[in-house]
Design a protein around this ligand. Structure first.
Ligand code: NDP
Length: 300
């Protein structure tokens, strides 16, 4: 007789959490919880998953729990209280946090959970919603070696490259720096291409040349063609979340004593963009502010 599928719980069915959870539902006995319950119910109708009424219920009887929330602060609050996740977790359980969170809060959460025998790993992901759908995410793990060994087979459901970077917090540090370089490239691309557009250089041709030259980046190779030059601006990753990532990286450069004038400027510009464009704008829309200030549209 075939053995029953392993149990797991997933909390946080947002833009990226939902396709990650869909992969887990294919091979595991999955229970889901989402703050807006209707989203969890919709997910359960489409995937083989059950809906939990509270975070505590989601965690009860689950040897593995995966969370994907906006920041570590939301995870910390989700643990609290009689209906909180921590109340449901049994000794021996494993909490994998796929939030792009911050190292200090994660270390605090790990110490708190270790108090009753629950292991924790920070496991932020990269690859966007399309990578989550394809199951090809890069996963950056901060944990002790034994926890990483337990986490890997679970993370393989949606991750292609799964890397252990060091103790708890190391995954979040890596992710924050990665995303700060993404934010930097978005702004640099926008400023450079606004100037090219105003100078009368055909931007489609310019993009082709850039992508065959040394200034290319993920922004120029994967984001610019449809989103900027095509003017599509889909909303897949909120600018507010990228601004949060830059803030986490700025905490890291301060903590480590690295002078980082460029990254501080990127942080300032993204804080401004968040204030102007609001909580729902997509990260690439930062370029729309550059276009507005320059009085040009980068289309072609
Ligand atoms: P979304 O804003 O789409 O979703 C956020 C999720 O968190 C929703 O399920 C939301 O519930 C839930 N949530 C928000 N606030 C609370 C709260 N106070 N308590 C409980 N649940 C809450 O974010 P994403 O899915 O895009 O991002 C999630 C994480 O993954 C972030 O840290 C982000 O930086 C990271 N990430 C995102 C990528 C992307 O391409 N989108 C790529 C890589 C990393 P509700 O449905 O009720 O709003």
């Amino acid at each position: 007789m075939a053995s029953a599928p392993a149990k797991a719980a997933f909390l946080g069915l947002g833009a990226i959490g939902r396709p990650m959870a869909a992969h887990l539902a294919r091979t595991m006995d999955l229970v889901v919880w989402n703050r807006t319950r209707a989203r969890a119910e919709e997910f359960a109708r489409e995937s083989a998953a059950r809906v939990a009424a509270t975070p505590r219920e989601a965690g009860t009887g689950a040897p593995v729990v995966i969370t994907c929330l906006p920041t570590s602060a939301e995870l910390e609050r989700l643990l609290d209280g009689p209906d909180g996740l921590e109340a449901g977790l049994a000794p021996g359980a494993l909490l994998l946090d796929c939030t792009s969170g911050d190292p200090a809060t994660s270390r605090r959460i790990a110490a708190r959970l270790a108090g009753h025998g629950v292991a924790f790993a920070d496991c932020p992901v990269s690859g966007g919603t399309s990578g989550a759908e394809a199951g090809t995410l890069t996963v950056m793990v901060g944990a002790d070696a034994a926890t990483f060994a337990r986490a890997r087979p679970v993370l393989e459901a949606f991750g292609r490259r799964i890397e252990h970077l060091g103790p708890v917090g190391a995954g979040h540090a890596m992710k924050a720096v990665n995303n700060t370089l993404l934010a930097t490239n978005i702004l640099a691309f926008g400023e450079g291409f606004a100037a090219l557009a105003k100078a009368g250089v055909p931007v489609r041709k310019a993009l082709e040349i850039l992508n065959a030259s040394s200034g290319r980046s993920f922004v120029s190779e994967a984001l610019a063609a449809d989103r900027v030059l095509g003017g599509q601006w889909p909303r897949t990753f909120r600018l507010a979340l990228l601004e949060k990532d830059v803030r986490i990286a700025l905490g890291l450069v301060e903590e480590t004593g690295v002078p980082a004038p460029l990254l501080h400027l990127v942080g300032e510009l993204f804080r401004h963009a968040r204030g102007v464009l609001g909580e729902e704008a997509d990260h690439v829309e930062a370029i729309r502010l550059i276009e507005r200030d320059a009085g040009v549209e980068i289309r072609g």
